[in-house]
Design a protein around this ligand. Structure first.
Ligand SMILES: Cc1cc2nc3c(=O)[nH]c(=O)nc-3n(C[C@H](O)[C@H](O)[C@H](O)COP(=O)(O)OP(=O)(O)OC[C@H]3O[C@@H](n4cnc5c(N)ncnc54)[C@H](O)[C@@H]3O)c2cc1C
Ligand code: FES
Length: 251
């Protein structure tokens, strides 16, 4: 299934029973077409698992280049290579009030959150702030509600839909005991700074270009720090992440 949900943005459902049975919010899949498909990118591309519906997984994909363009042109019945679920996921750590801050297609992992069994069983309260540049890029709020059950508080930078400003303008950490965030790096840095300043636990789903997705090519290394020893080093976004606690990132 493939549906346009915003400008250059598509909702895709793929049949992938084993991935659907295991995926947790923040984890991703590598999706590609293998070496036989000449003329299209050889390497698979990472995409967050955005929903699980029976044997199907949902992906929210924005077109940036050849890989995402090819992926969003998938036709019913056509096959792709899908590897996953990969990487780390968000951890609730007993939180009761969770603030999710999403920028662009960084919305994807939060769509999976409400149906995630650990969240369902702990009954924590979730508030979702979702920012885009302008209205045309906003994921259809009706579809968002249908998929996730979430009512997002929408922010647009030009004020053409929802509140006017950056999504970080809506961050209020009063009473919040966990912040989860996913989106462009400048937004992640801003959210992290607000959480650190307020002393609120924060986990960030980080993006990097990836070649293998499983920790072998070392192409997705980022600077991190061991929070216990203070020792600086590197971590792989694909296998040590993509979700990192704020204190692990050397930003
Ligand atoms: C863990 C993880 C999860 C992700 N989840 C999603 C998801 O759920 N939905 C989704 O749409 N994307 C997601 N991405 C990003 C996605 O993998 C890239 O957008 C995709 O690889 C682009 O491939 P491409 O071949 O289309 O573009 P490329 O040909 O690789 O790039 C084309 C141009 O776009 C730029 N570009 C590429 N990616 C981005 C980006 N993310 N933001 C801004 N500019 C970019 C490149 O620098 C280049 O200039 C995720 C990435 C990671 C690491
Ligand atoms: S993408 Fe290859 S090591 Fe992370």
């Amino acid at each position: 299934m493939r549906e346009r949900v915003a400008e250059e943005t598509y909702w895709l459902e793929l049949t992938a029973p084993e991935i659907a049975a295991q995926a947790a919010p923040g984890q991703f899949v590598m999706v590609g077409f293998g070496a036989s498909a000449w003329g299209i990118p050889f390497l698979p591309r990472p995409n967050s698992v955005a929903a699980v519906r029976g044997e199907h997984i949902g992906l929210l994909i924005r077109v940036y280049g050849a890989g995402s363009r090819r992926l969003t042109a998938l036709k019913p019945g056509e096959e792709a290579l899908v590897l996953g679920p990969l990487g780390t996921h968000f951890e609730l750590n007993g939180a009761r009030r969770i603030l999710c801050v999403a920028g662009g297609v960084g919305l994807a992992p939060f769509l999976l959150l409400p149906a995630w069994p650990p969240l369902v069983s702990c009954g924590a309260e979730v508030r979702l702030l979702y920012g885009e540049r302008q209205a045309a890029a906003v994921f259809d709020p009706g579809k968002l509600r249908e998929i996730s059950g979430l009512e997002a508080e929408i922010w647009t930078e030009d004020g053409s839909l929802g509140s006017h400003g950056r999504v970080t303008d809506g961050v209020d950490l009063n009473g919040v005991d966990l912040v989860l965030t996913c989106g462009p790096t400048p937004m992640l840095k801003a959210v992290r700074a607000l959480a650190v300043e307020a002393g609120v636990a924060c986990q960030l789903a980080v993006e990097e270009h990836m070649a293998c997705g499983v920790g072998t090519c070392i192409g997705c290394a980022i600077e991190t720090v061991d929070p216990e020893t203070g020792e600086a080093g590197y971590s792989l976004v694909c296998s040590d992440g993509p979700v990192f606690p704020a204190e692990r990132l050397r930003w």
